[in-house]
Design a protein around this ligand. Structure first.
Ligand SMILES: [Zn+2]
Length: 151
């Protein structure tokens, strides 16, 4: 397995669980571990796709890069960040920014807090702006609501 992590990388890095969306610190060389909060197995690898790939699901708390010759067909792709220079067919949920290079073709719906599209790139689907990086705020309890005193 090739590792792109430099030998002297910082000891800890912060990731966001793609399931419960809670940030947490993990060892910089960890490739997978259970979420501290929801206990689902998290894949932490940054994925680089250089050729044809067809999968039902791609999920990682790292980033995904689809290179110029990458041609990905997937039902659902969930990641912390996405760079597309090649082709992608499928629905994307990214917790971080999505970037499409000039030769990118994306067929599917993209949900991400930010999207950058180079001139020439094509997005054949919907783009949903979603601030999913923000921690979810639990609804305020009803007791916090003050009723106005009647005069
Ligand atoms: Zn979680």
């Amino acid at each position: 397995m090739p590792r792109s992590t430099p030998a002297n990388a910082p000891v800890l890095r912060t990731i966001v669980c793609i399931y419960c969306r809670k940030p947490q610190q993990v060892g910089s060389t960890a490739m997978s571990l259970p979420c501290r909060f929801c206990h689902k197995a998290l894949n932490l690898e940054d994925i680089v796709i250089t050729g044809y790939a067809a999968k039902r699901v791609i999920e990682t708390c790292g980033s995904i890069t689809i290179e110029p010759k990458g041609d990905v067909t997937v039902n659902s792709l969930t990641c912390a960040g996405l760079v597309v220079v090649g082709k992608l067919k499928g629905n994307v949920i990214s917790l971080g920014a999505v970037s499409m290079g000039a030769t990118a073709i994306v067929r599917g719906d993209v949900t991400a807090p930010a999207l950058s599209i180079a001139p020439g790139a094509r997005l054949l689907g919907r783009y949903v702006v979603s601030g999913v990086m923000l921690p979810e705020v639990p609804p305020a309890p009803a007791a916090a609501r003050k009723s106005k005193p009647a005069r």
